[in-house]
Structures are given as structure tokens and as C-alpha cells.
Unconditional design. Sequence first.
Length: 547
Amino acid sequence: MKTVAVIGCGKAIEGKEGWAIGHNHAEGYRTCGHEVKLLGVDLSSENLKAFGEKFKLPADQLFNSTEALYAACLPDCVSICTWPALHHPMVVEALEKGVKGIACEKPFTMDVGEQRDLERRVAAAGAVLVVAHQRRLEASFKALKEVVLSGKLGARLELRGHVGDNWDILSWTTHWFDMANFIFDRLPESILAGMEIGDTRRYQHAVEDASIIYADYGKNGSATFLTGPGDGASFTAQGSEGMARIGDGVIEIARFDGGTTVAFDQSAPGGFSCLLKELLAALGGGPEPMCSIRRSAVATEMAYAAHESARTCRRIRLPLEVEYAPLEVAQYPFRSGLEGKRILLHADTHFESGGREGIAEALSELARNPIKIVDADSAGLAAADVEGIDAILIYHTRTEASAETQRVLSAWVAEGKPLLIVHAGLGAWPEWSDYTGWCGYVWDWKASEHPHEPAVLKVCDEAALSFGWSGAWLPKDEVFVKLRETSPVRIGLTAEISTGTFPAAWQHATLPHVGAWMPGHRRDSWKVPAMREGLCRMLLALIASAR
């Protein structure tokens, strides 16, 4: 009899994070043909109780922690069915305790660095680890592979996998990655991907919102994967002579010379039962499992390669060189440090440029909540407008400031609160000397110019400001030149165009909670990541300097 433990019993609740996968592993152990003593481990007493009742386990076979489990016994096998961030530390813990058989749910690890570490540790421990890509053990996919190998579909094979219902790659599509590797019986040479990347997180890690991925298997063929849009899931194979898909107990083959089917045994054991049967057999000297770490861990690596391709807009070759999680990097600007900040934008339409809307969209995403907009075309600032506000931005070219506006802003600056003048704001209220003094540089309505051309933004080495990058390209936008200096400033950023280099962002020398950001005329310029991160870092610098 083998002692097996399911770590992370889980609870079946509604939603994508509610699947009690630990129950599937328990069923697999019970039906795999080996005699087993089943143990359950879960921090939740409710989950543990439900697991025990379902599988009729006595109290001494249920544990509320891995510490309690390993203090009581050393299982022959463990199944790691927790949320993904716990996979690496729990596999390491099992290996260090001396467990020789491990099944780990997918996504296998949170980055390729963790994967490489576990590959080394498993080999050093002489252990056997399988990744839960059990679909390659199902009769239907074995039959599909046989159809491909038979040559019925012809040459230039292309596999197509789809997962809809707003799923993500790490949670679902890695199954299709593994299936493509299984059918081709090799790994892809490179990955090319495009994605919609927001700030969505699932199981506490970064995921994309939608993706399309191309995997190049060289002369063997290729595979294309679509994730997110649509409903359900599908997997098909197409060659020069026809295509095939899995039907009800048969592989349906459509060729140019007619259709046919190939039957398979739907009642044949598969899935978790076969996955765990092979794991237990390997512990007794049996062959390498079909879902061994060597064969199936790479499906998770392919996910990170796809993320890196989308992040860098480049084709990524395997093995993947970066060992971090690319989506965590890509999502960084959206976890900006401005989350929850209440920001007021006093702005006009600025000649219908769309800049106001661009700023509002950028800040709403950076702060993760809508910002407050006061329309400068119809109103000045009132005391009620700034109540509960963390920072004020000025973006308009109104010529006259009402007495109340002057009182509100003067008090705001005197109290050491953050004020950022953006683009058009450098031309606002030209007769109000206090305001033009806060600006540091102002638009001179008689002398200043605004060439409309691409610019290169460069961080000044001596500046105290940090924008998260050292240089960036900005598409055609108004670049202000021949500005009039009104107060000493610390220039943190310059804009280089065909006629020279000019100040682009600065902080007031004696009022460090006041600053200016010059670019930003066009709405689409605020889609540029460097613009968003630069504005964010500028605001954070002013907020940090506030009293």
C-alpha cells in the first residue's frame, strides 16, 4: 500500500478560482489500480471536513498543515493542488522531507527561474515529479496523435487550440501547449505572441486578458493558440490533405477526397487516474511518466515565452533566457503607486486636441479609479472642488483666474500640497504672477513656439527626479520652445527635436511639491508607456515632497 497525500483539498465554489482540483487527484489515486492510503491537507477546516466526508477518511488522515502531515508520516506521494504561488515552496518542502513521488498542478511554477530550480532539485533527489497535463493520457488525444502520425492529414501540419470564456494562458492554455508538444513529439523552436495586457490577476498572479500565439515547430509544422474571446474550448489538426477533430467517441477526419472517422474507446482509463498510476509505477522502477517534469514542465515555460514575446514585441526562442515572470513586469505601470490617490484635473479641451481625455484615461488607469475633472471652459476652482484631493493638475489656457480660484490654489501651494502643470497649463493665467512663478517656465504668447514633430525624451543625469527609464521616443506632438523662465527649477527631462534640446519636465527649486510636465498635446500620446510612467513618477515625486 502506498501512502498518498493531497495538499490543497480545495472547495468547489462558483467562478474561475473555485475548482476543487484536489478532489480530482483523490479520485485519481482511488481509481489508478494501486492500493493507497489517502491523506488530506488543507488550511481550511471546512474544506478539510468536506474532503474527509467525501472520501470517508478518519480524522487521523486529515491535517491542517504540511508541518502536521510530515510530523505524522512521510508519504510515498504528494499532490500539490494549492494556488500556483505555493507550488515551488511546497515541492521544495516535499523533496527536503524525502518524498519521492510528486504530482504538481499547473501552472507548474510562477516563473522559469522556479522551474529550473525544481528541475535541478528533483534530479538531485532522485525523485519523480509529474505535471498535471493529464490530457495527453486520454484516449481521444492519443487517437488524434495516431491520425496525425498515419499521414491522413498530409504535410505542413498546423494545430489550432482555442480557449474562450475569458480564460488565460497559465490557467488553461498550457494544456494545449502540452498537447501540441505531445502530438509533434518535440518542443517548438520559437514563440510569437500578441496580447491584451491590463492589470488582471487570477490566483494572485498576473494574467493577460486575451492572446493569440504562434508556436513554430520547424519542419514538423506549427501551432496557433487563441485564448480569451469566444465560448468553450477546441483543438484541431490540419494538414495539406485535410483536418481532424475530436468527436463523440471518434476522430472526425475531413479530407478533400471525402470524410471518415476513427473510433476510440471513450471508456478507457485516462486523465488523473493514468497520471497518478504512472507516477506510482515509476516509484517502483517503471518507465518515465508521460507527464514527467522533463516532458511537461516546458508547457509552462511556453506561457512565459509568450508573455515575453507580447511584452517585447519580439519572437522568443526556446529555451527561454529570462527567468522572471514577464507579465509582472508588463503590469508594473498599472500598479504605479498612485492607486487610490484622488486626483483633480482642471482642464479645457485645448483646441479639441484630446489631451484632456488622454490625461484622464492615463490617470484613471494609474490610480485605478476615475479622476475628478473640473471643466476650465465653464468654471474656475472652488474650495469644495479640492476637498479630499491628493493632487491637482492644470491643463488649460484660460487667461483669467477668478478671485476664488486664486484663493484656492494659493492656499493649496502654501500648504505644501502637490501641484502639477501639464502642457497647455504652461500658457494659463498669464497675468497671475504667483501662478507663472509656480510654473518655472511659461508659454510666452508673443515669442514661444510649438514645433509639431517626434521628440526624444532624455532624463537629465543630475536630476533628482526618476522616470523609470533613461530615454524614450515620443510621436509627433507639440514641443514647446522659447519658453520664458519665471523661477529657478531643477530640470529632470529634456525633449530633443530637429532644432535643439528643450526642457520637458521640471521641479520648482524652492517649492518641490510643484512641478511641470511639458509633452501631452495629442490624446494618443498618452497611450505611450513612457508618457504614462513619466507622469506617474513626476506626480509621485511631488507627492513625496508635499508637506
